[in-house]
Design a protein around this ligand. Structure first.
Ligand code: T4K
Length: 363
């Protein structure tokens, strides 16, 4: 059996069937039905945020919140992320400006933001990449000082807390992804967590064609989550604590096996943070380790182990963005060339982690 980079968490077949049984009675399959409403409420409680709006995926959630704020001009963001973050900015008609990252957390370096701010800057979109959280205090202070909107891409940070507070409660809003590959999934899905109650209606309209009573008040698209996916979310949310704890065991085993190996830098456990163990990235220094990232990737692949080069290339080195937008980001470029994301999921056993580590360490 190949070992893939992740494996979706799922409830038992019976649990899901039980959850969707009533859809056969009601015939209500989508358009903000009961399951949708139930999951929104449950997520507000679990994430510790005031408002949650559910959407069909994380990408459209990010596009919709940027649209709801009616942003124009430049948005400062991280180049070390999945393409979706920057695509959302560009597809909303804004211009991305790339801010380099902190080599310890892989997230936007707050000390480098102010130099990028101009009169055109409208917002900051940092990324809690791998569930490693941004310096929300420092970034929040910069945003406030310059009157900029602050929207976090929290696609990887479901369930993460900072000083006991849900990570989605920082900034103006946060986007979460509930894709099949994430810590919590609704098959495909996503959400926006936000403070400002007055955004509820515009967000509702944007994901539903701009319908407002009998009239149409905005050029909304269709980004609704249907009842079957909301039902999957309700089931997965019941099991989320065990799921995160199981990931934590795999994470601990990796740490045990790979800590102190010259040339390998492991993801840091952050102070005051309750983690979710979303990913297990390893930074490989080719000189000290004696082998580069691509070679380790190939050796794993030869053993049917499929690590991934998340996130390579850096966004500003991708064909569709290269040379087009401002921002020098040498640290992101170096990290993207040397990072390897190892398999991580709730069902990953310590024995399988050992198998993976044995290959990496040539045992
Ligand atoms: N912002 C950030 C920072 C993101 O990382 C993402 C998405 C977004 C925004 C946008 O959120 P969404 O619109 O997706 O909600 C995957 C995911 O499709 C994507 O959600 C994710 N980030 C990105 C980092 O990874 P691929 O192309 O690498 O996935 P794929 O199909 O190769 O799957 C990887 C592994 O996952 C497979 O080898 C096995 C496992 N898997 C996959 C699927 C599809 C399962 O176990 N079950 C499944 O159903 O993009």
């Amino acid at each position: 059996m190949p070992i893939l980079v992740t494996r979706s968490s799922m409830p038992s077949f019976e649990e899901y069937c039980e959850e969707i049984r009533e859809l056969w009675d009601s015939h209500w399959l989508t358009n903000m039905g009961e399951k949708h409403q139930q999951l929104e409420k449950a997520l507000e409680a679990y994430l510790g945020v005031q408002n949650v709006s559910l959407l069909t995926n994380g990408h459209l959630a990010l596009e919709n919140i940027l649209e709801a704020y009616d942003l124009h001009g430049e948005i400062i963001t991280s180049p070390f992320t999945f393409a979706s973050t920057t695509h959302a900015i560009v597809r909303c008609g804004c211009t991305p400006v790339f801010c380099d990252i902190d080599p310890g957390t892989f997230t936007m370096d707050p000390a480098k933001i102010e130099a990028l701010i101009t009169e055109k800057t409208a917002a900051i979109v940092p990324v809690h990449v791998y569930g490693s959280i941004c310096d929300v205090d420092a970034i929040g202070a910069v945003a406030q000082k310059h009157g900029l909107k602050l929207v976090y891409d929290a696609a990887h940070a479901f369930g993460v807390k900072y000083r006991g507070k849900g990570i989605g409660s920082f900034g103006d809003a946060s986007m979460f992804s509930f894709h099949a590959t994430k810590v919590f999934n609704t098959i495909e899905g996503g959400a926006i967590a936000f403070h400002d109650e007055s955004l509820r209606e515009p967000l509702h309209e944007l994901k539903n064609f701009g319908l407002h009573g009998e009239d149409v008040t905005a050029y909304g698209g269709n980004a609704k989550m249907d009842e079957f996916r909301a039902a999957m979310g309700i089931c997965n949310l019941r099991n989320i604590e065990q799921c995160i704890a199981a990931r934590g065991q795999a994470f601990a085993r990796y740490h045990e096996r790979l800590s102190g190996v010259p040339g390998l830098t492991l993801i840091k456990e952050q102070q005051d943070v309750t983690p979710n163990y979303a990913y297990y990235p390893v930074l490989i220094d080719p000189e000290t380790f004696g082998e580069d990232r691509d070679s380790v990737f190939d050796r794993l692949k030869a053993q049917d182990i499929y690590a991934r080069k998340y996130f390579y290339p850096a966004i500003n080195e991708m064909a569709c963005y290269q040379g087009q937008f401002r921002g020098e980001t040498p640290i992101a470029a170096r990290i993207s060339r040397n990072i390897l994301t190892l398999p991580m999921y709730a069902e990953l056993t310590p024995e399988t982690v050992d198998t993976i580590c044995d290959v990496i360490l040539r045992k």
